[in-house]
Design a protein around this ligand. Structure first.
Ligand code: LHQ
Length: 259
């Protein structure tokens, strides 16, 4: 259900249930969680690249898994979130390495919001982001209410979440929801290039940068200045910082080792 391979320090994670538009069943939840956990555990991983197999990125939860016509009573979807989505979302946000996403087609429901929780999102121009929850009587999850509101503000977040209208990739980029919309046939090349750039970068510094930007969403200015002080203290002690400055002074390209 999820392909996972390490290639030159990039962990490539491909959601792989194309017949179901890569919607999440329990197997896929487990395999996806294991992939992100691997990125935490292995020093050889210096960047994650996430994408979907086939024509879609991810259609969110597999709605066939819980057919109301064959269930005894209403489901406890809070339990589903607590068991499957929320721990994975926390792993994504706490990973001190960049996660680059290639949104190769439609991203709906939790599928859209998982992409938005990652760090640098590129999308093919034909891709769309759909807050599909409203269409089936649900509410935004997988961190969507947080990410949409912070990235877009309340007006656009409510517009998307209440209507469930698809947001095309180029508009998503214009609105600041994602980093870039690119031609469909350039998507994988561009995302690969970015992932390789990150994987050859100062991994600790990039990971701390991710954490710093995320902390700013909820910190006061004063608290964030303290956060910056602490973060820079750690970054300043890395071998990659010494290498970066030495390379600059030597007028050569740095050779970062991720330490
Ligand atoms: C699917 C799905 C899908 C199963 C397409 N499931 N089969 C959290 C906690 C617990 C429970 C509930 O949810 C959540 C979080 C959520 O993510 S809720 C939101 C769930 N997602 C949706 O509501 C999106 C449902 N899908 C769609 O609206 C459309 O399929 C989109 C707009 C994504 C794509 O439309 P099309 O390009 O026209 O493709 P299609 O609809 O023809 O789908 C192709 C196949 O994929 C089809 O199967 P079939 O056997 O007929 O070929 C669909 O049934 C299947 N599929 N999404 N979520």
């Amino acid at each position: 259900t999820v392909l996972c391979e390490l290639d030159d320090s990039v962990l490539r994670v491909t959601l792989n249930r194309p017949d179901k538009l890569n919607s999440f069943n329990e197997d896929m939840h487990r395999a996806f969680r294991a992939a992100i956990q691997r990125a935490h555990d292995e020093d050889e991983v210096r960047c994650v690249l996430m994408t979907g197999a086939g024509r879609a990125f991810c259609a969110g939860q597999d709605l066939g898994d819980r057919d109301p016509r064959t269930m005894d009573g209403p489901p406890d979807l809070g339990h589903t979130l607590e068991t499957f989505y929320n721990p994975t979302l926390r792993l994504i946000r706490s990973l001190e390495k960049p996660i680059v996403v290639a949104v190769n087609g439609v991203a709906a429901g939790a599928g859209a919001n998982i992409a938005l929780a990652c760090d640098v999102v590129l999308a093919g121009k034909s891709a769309k982001f759909i807050q599909a929850f409203a269409k089936i009587g649900l509410t935004p999850d997988a961190g969507g209410s947080f990410m949409l509101t912070r990235l877009l503000g309340e007006a656009r977040a409510k517009g998307l979440a209440l209507t469930g209208e698809p947001l095309p990739a180029e508009k998503a980029a214009d609105w600041g929801l994602i980093w870039k919309a690119v031609d469909d046939d350039a998507l994988m090349d561009e995302t690969n290039a970015l992932a390789r750039q990150f994987a050859a970068g100062p991994t600790r510094g990039l990971g701390l940068t991710k954490q710093s930007i995320q902390a700013a969403s909820t910190n006061s200015f004063d608290a964030q200045l303290d956060h910056e002080r602490d973060t820079q203290r750690v970054a300043g002690r890395t071998a990659d910082y010494a290498e970066g400055v030495t390379a600059f002074l030597d007028k050569r390209k740095p050779d970062f080792r991720g330490q």
